[in-house]
Design a binder for this molecule. Structure first.
Ligand code: ADP
Ligand code: MG
Length: 420
């Protein structure tokens, strides 16, 4: 079918049951159907998957989707299969498949049944798979979580660097890169490393107007300050992020002792306990989860009312992702970070054990966090500027939603604050 003849609204309803596109989806899909290289930058939850799933479903051939996490791929394949009567419509190709399963996958692709093939980047380097994919019609290659290609992103995967060469072996197929990382540096890296500087770029706004940003100086009273904050938000759900597992345990205990229902969450707990604590939070059996950054990926609780950082995050990118778990329903979302220069030094010391290149990047990212914490300007403007986005701190959406704008500091106060 010619791409001009496809009624994408009808297909949206037919496959996904949605009545309208979200944000930039329609424009992105049109670009993909026009065989353009396309670069999509949308915040988490923006609806990036549908941008490639719909074009894959309505076009000839198989779309290859590169994704870094096996669990994520499995979820997506299950979701696509539930939209169709044919199991073969979507497949995962990875190292866990048996010979028989691989034969079935190949058969479904060859017969034209498979519209979406999810692959891990390391599987795509396998000669056997590349040889096979060279000889079947490919509609396009989508690279999800494309920031994994950049050392400036929060999740660098060296295997992503090989993708460009493998895609070239597949012939002249359009490439779609997708990410929720909005920093200009990462974007440049993606376009360069995927060799797609000609890509049509679609970037959604990263502004979250209902989130209130606040930074407090971290003193020895930080725990009682947090307790007071939570008691002022009684009955509401919140997340407290700490740097170490030890701190997570300690804070959770202090909260419990003070009559606040809280559970810890970190990678040192066994899977069963982690799942239990996550469920307790989702089901509102507890108000607060105290966690390391291990908590939050894919958590979709709409009414998280506060996100507290007991320790500063290692980059503004992480800060944006972690605070982004607040106020998903559009309601209140208070983002409070405690800041002390001692914590910065701690992080620097921690990083000094890493390879030099990694260290340099780590320090540079951390300096941005320091600048954010110490600024007296609109925090929203600062954050959005970091993501390459202009924000008018007088008339923009959510303009008065931070401590600096609500209570402007005098110059002297602002200086005092950074003295340790
Ligand atoms: P991202 O990958 O950008 O983080 P997802 O692709 O996981 O986001 O989508 C987030 C959610 O938005 C999913 O629950 C999805 O079903 C929903 N969604 C996507 N497109 C639409 C739409 N057009 N209308 C309603 N919901 C949508
Ligand atoms: Mg996604």
């Amino acid at each position: 079918m010619n791409s001009n003849e496809i009624d994408i609204h009808k297909e949206l309803k037919k496959y996904f049951g949605f009545n309208q596109f979200k944000g930039l989806q329609e424009q992105v899909i049109k670009a993909i159907l026009a065989k353009e290289n396309t670069f999509v930058i949308m915040p988490t939850g923006g609806g990036k998957s549908l941008c490639y799933q719909l074009p894959a479903l309505v076009q000839e051939g198989t779309a290859i989707v590169v994704s870094p996490l096996i669990a994520l791929m499995k979820n997506q394949v299950d979701a696509i299969r539930s939209l169709s009567s044919e199991n073969g419509i979507a497949h995962v190709l990875n190292s866990s498949l048996t010979k028989t399963e691989i034969t079935q996958v190949k058969k479904d692709i060859t017969s034209g049944l498979t519209k979406l093939l999810y692959v891990a980047p390391e599987s795509l380097t396998k000669e056997e798979y590349v040889n096979f994919l060279q000889n079947v019609p490919i509609s396009f290659v989508a690279i999800d979580e494309a920031h994994c290609i950049s050392e400036w992103g929060h999740d660098f995967r060296p295997e992503y660097r090989n993708l460009k060469n493998i895609i070239k072996l597949l012939g002249d197929v359009p490439v779609i890169g997708l990410t929720a990382t909005a920093t200009p540096k990462v974007q440049e890296d993606i376009l360069k490393n995927l060799d797609m500087s000609d890509a049509t770029t679609f970037k959604a706004s990263f502004n979250r107007p209902n989130l209130f940003y606040e930074v407090r100086t971290k003193t020895k009273n930080v725990e009682s300050d947090i307790i007071r904050f939570i008691k002022q938000h009684k009955g509401k759900s919140g997340i407290i992020y700490c740097l170490s597992r030890k701190k997570v345990e300690a804070i959770a205990e202090v909260l419990q002792v003070n009559g606040i229902s809280a559970v810890p969450y970190h990678a040192g707990l066994d899977a069963k306990t982690r799942a239990k604590h996550q469920d307790m939070f989702l089901m509102e059996d507890v108000e607060v989860v105290v966690a390391t950054i291990a908590f939050g990926m894919g958590i979709d609780k709409p009414d998280v009312r506060f996100v507290i950082h007991h320790d500063i995050p290692k980059s503004l990118e992480s800060y944006y992702q972690e605070t982004g778990r607040g106020g998903r329903d559009g309601g209140e979302g208070h983002c409070l970070a405690y800041y002390s220069y001692k914590d910065v030094e701690k992080l620097e010391k921690f990083m000094s054990g890493k390879p030099v290149a990694e260290q340099e990047i780590g320090f540079a990212l951390l300096q941005e966090v320091v600048a954010y914490a110490e600024t007296s300007m609109s925090r929203r403007k600062f954050l959005l500027h970091y993501f390459g986005e202009e924000f008018d701190s007088e008339t923009g959406d959510g303009a008065d939603m931070d401590d600096n704008v609500r209570n402007p500091k005098t110059k002297v106060e602002a200086k005092d604050q950074v003295v340790k």
